[in-house]
Design a protein around this ligand. Structure first.
Ligand code: SF4
Length: 250
């Protein structure tokens, strides 16, 4: 029988540990495919801080380094500066990059570090128990906001990619989703461009991917996709938020 589909070489054969219905696995696969298509598996070093992505080193075929919570981009900066010929990327949850690691996210982009960051936004801290994050939506119930996020007390959700897009060193910023086949294809295009930006040495690139967390949202996998579409997509600006002139030709 003709083989029509196979696992990308960018991923190992270790089964994902993610909860059923979680879209983290799709994002991993897209990154793995991009690494394979750009033929950079052997030249890439990934960095994953604490969070649901923390076991990424088991799943990707490239080299991988673990980092303390929120410090992925600082570690990636050090690796890239020491080994400028390597392709260096981070994969971080929103609780990690937009809360604990906010300062790194801002300054890495301001400095235009030539790394690629993939932010997985599921509107809360996933692995640590579903606590409220800066990305948690107004009124959203989490384990630390049992009556719903009260924006009068804790402020409104931070749209990190929008902020990063204002910084000169960030040359490519996109916000995508993996809730439908069409959106998955668009997400892959954005992720690929973010790696190509680094291959050409153009500057910092960030792709934020809206992702589900059925476990902490207390929803079925199908209802989680619906919830993401109806609640997250209207709040977070979607699409290519910044394409610097030098990136347009890619
Ligand atoms: S806790 Fe949420 S984000 Fe983490 S693996 Fe489970 S469903 Fe996915």
């Amino acid at each position: 029988m003709e083989k029509v589909f196979g696992r990308t070489k960018g991923l190992t054969d270790v089964p994902f540990h993610y909860c059923p219905g979680c879209t983290h696995g799709i994002i991993h696969r897209l990154i793995g495919e991009v690494l394979e298509e750009l033929d950079i598996i052997e030249d890439t070093i990934g960095v994953a801080p604490v969070g649901c992505t923390g076991f990424s080193l088991d799943f990707f075929s490239c080299d991988f380094v673990g980092a303390a919570h929120g410090r992925g981009q600082a570690v990636a900066t050090g690796i890239k500066r020491a080994l400028p010929d390597k392709i260096v990327f981070t994969i971080q949850g929103d609780g990690d990059i937009a809360a604990i690691g906010t300062a790194h996210a801002i300054h890495v982009a301001a400095r235009g570090e030539k790394i690629t960051s993939i932010m997985v936004n599921n509107a809360l801290f996933g692995m640590t128990g579903g606590q409220m994050a800066p990305t948690t939506l107004a009124g959203q119930v989490t384990t630390t906001s049992p009556y719903g996020r009260d924006c009068a007390v804790v402020g409104t959700p931070i749209d990190l990619p929008k902020t990063i897009a204002t910084l000169n060193g960030a040359v490519y910023v996109a916000a995508v989703s993996v809730d439908t086949p069409k959106n998955i294809m668009q997400a892959k295009k954005a992720i690929k461009k973010a790696f190509q930006v680094q291959q050409k040495g153009l500057g910092y690139a960030l792709v934020s991917v809206l992702s589900t967390c059925p476990t902490n949202w207390g929803l079925s996998p199908v209802d989680s996709l619906k919830w993401l579409r109806e609640n997250m997509m209207p709040v977070y600006q979607m699409g290519e938020l910044k394409v610097a002139k030098e990136v347009e030709a890619l």
